[in-house]
Design a protein around this ligand. Structure first.
Ligand SMILES: [Ca+2]
Length: 477
């Protein structure tokens, strides 16, 4: 992947990236006071099962995001993929400058609910993890531009943010060089209430040694992290950062967002760039929800040059979460992911360390619609969409792919997809412009109408022509 391609991608694919704007609203009063008794800044520990797998490489880049072009989206109304500014924070504001940086971990740890930390422009060498214990806190740049504020862990700070509380917003910041995660969200060890309402918006995250964003239950599995969102953000593992990936668990223990046993997350309109290791092991997915996660919506993302795109589930067995309504009482044994929808994403790679675009493993009720997965030059590619293990039962429709594969007794309804696609369908593969050309008659109007088709990569609905098009772009004559 060359820098020029990435920049073109940023410009062409119509995402507002990060350039974004200001802060976000953060919720409600709550009332829990964090108090002063402090558990210290150490992470709660990630009870990963370890992703046993194989293989991966390429290169990388740095890009600033940018507002991009919304394409021919049109007519009236706001562009649904525009990444508008978050509203100004209301309530108690703490201005963060270099002058109070040394005290920042203490200020955060002891903050009252609904305190908003607003960073003046600059690069901040974080002295320690920011441990968020009160609900409703927010963290953002004063300018609303992630490029203006860098929180740098220098590979000395474990996680930059450790979030134990609900309704926490982290927006419009650049986060880099954490030993563990840029953001780690997990209930405290003795918690019985779930953490909800995590809002990660307009972030730029680079070069994290483990998963860039980690979401998991507490160790006792008595509390979970639900109803969060990751939107309008840009993740990249650069050539400079790749040698610093943690090799211990899998050889390449990194990935984009990695969530265990979490329900109701929205992953929308983000860019994930070059998350892979060269020959050291297989990176985790750009977007991975597993260990009995549920109802994840993954849409309108661009996953470029990553080892793996989107994963629902991973292994044949794993950690469970008991849902009171037991959505699949007829299923015996482990479900790695319940329901959920993966739609209108673009996945591209052209290096030998790419493995698979979308993986469904013990994924019950997953729907995979209108994705474009183009990887013919990825010489080590395994599959575009792979579904496996007996408790997988999915619907896979309207996708452009190189290959769809089934293993280990999985079931799915698979129709109206194309396999073995070539570059002739697209405006300009070199420029990473995966809009359809007028002659792409194998794709245009060849899809089938589905409930919850979402919007295409330009924000347009699926109503042009005689029928929906296959893939992530709806051609408009
Ligand atoms: Ca159409």
């Amino acid at each position: 992947m060359k820098r020029a391609l990435i920049i073109l991608l940023v410009g062409l694919m119509g995402f507002a990236g990060i350039a974004g704007i200001a802060a976000c609203s953060s919720p409600d009063p709550g009332s829990v006071d964090a108090g002063d008794h402090d558990t210290g800044d150490q992470d709660t520990g990630d009870q990963d099962t370890g992703d046993q797998d194989a293989g991966d490489t390429g290169e990388s880049d740095t890009d600033t995001g940018g507002t991009g072009d919304a394409g021919e989206n049109g007519e009236n109304g706001p562009d649904p993929l525009a990444c508008p500014p978050l509203s100004e924070p209301q309530g108690q504001i703490v201005e963060v400058t270099q002058d109070n940086l040394a005290d920042l971990p203490h200020l955060v740890r002891t903050a009252d609910p609904d305190t908003h930390f607003v960073f003046e422009p600059g690069t901040y060498d974080l002295p320690n993890t920011l441990h968020v214990r009160a609900p409703g806190l927010s963290f953002r740049s004063s300018t609303g531009d992630a490029n203006d504020v860098v929180l740098d862990g220098r590979y000395e700070v474990n996680s930059l943010f450790l979030v134990n509380a609900s309704d926490v917003t982290i927006a419009h910041l650049t986060l880099t060089r954490a030993v563990h995660h840029a953001v780690h969200v997990s209930p405290e060890g003795d918690a019985t209430e779930d953490v909800v309402g995590t809002d990660l918006y307009g972030l730029r995250i680079f070069d994290i040694s483990q998963q860039f964003v980690k979401v998991n239950s507490n160790g006792a599995r008595t509390a979970f992290v639900d109803d969060g969102r990751l939107e309008c953000s840009y993740f990249e593992l650069t050539d400079a950062g790749r040698p610093n990936v943690d090799p211990t668990a899998t050889g390449c223990y990194t990935g984009g967002i990695d969530a265990h046993s979490s329900r109701g997350w929205l992953i929308r309109n983000n860019d994930f760039i070059d998350i892979y290791c060269d020959g050291a092991g297989l990176a985790e997915h750009a977007v991975h929800f597993w260990s009995a996660s549920r109802d994840t919506l993954v849409e309108n993302n661009r996953i470029i040059g990553c080892a793996r795109g989107v994963g629902f589930g991973l292994s044949e067995s794993g950690n469970v979460r008991d849902y009171d309504d037991d959505p699949y009482p007829e299923v015996e044994g482990y479900i790695g992911h319940y329901d959920g929808l993966i739609r209108n994403n673009i996945i591209f790679a052209d290096h030998e360390w790419y493995d698979t675009g979308i993986e469904l493993a013990q994924a019950r009720g997953a729907r995979v619609y209108h994705n474009t997965i183009y990887t013919p030059e990825a010489t080590g590619a395994f599959s575009s969409i792979d579904y496996r293990f007996p408790n997988t039962d999915a619907v896979i429709r309207n996708n452009l792919t190189d290959r769809i594969s089934v293993r280990n007794g999985a079931s799915a309804t698979v129709d109206h997809n194309l396999e073995g696609i070539g570059p002739e369908l697209f405006v300009d593969v070199t420029a990473l412009n995966f809009r359809l050309v007028a002659t792409a008659t194998d794709a245009i109007d060849q899809g089938v109408e589905v409930d919850d088709a979402g919007i295409d990569i330009d924000g347009n609905p699926r109503n042009a022509g005689e029928a929906p098009d296959i893939g992530a772009h709806e051609f408009i004559d």
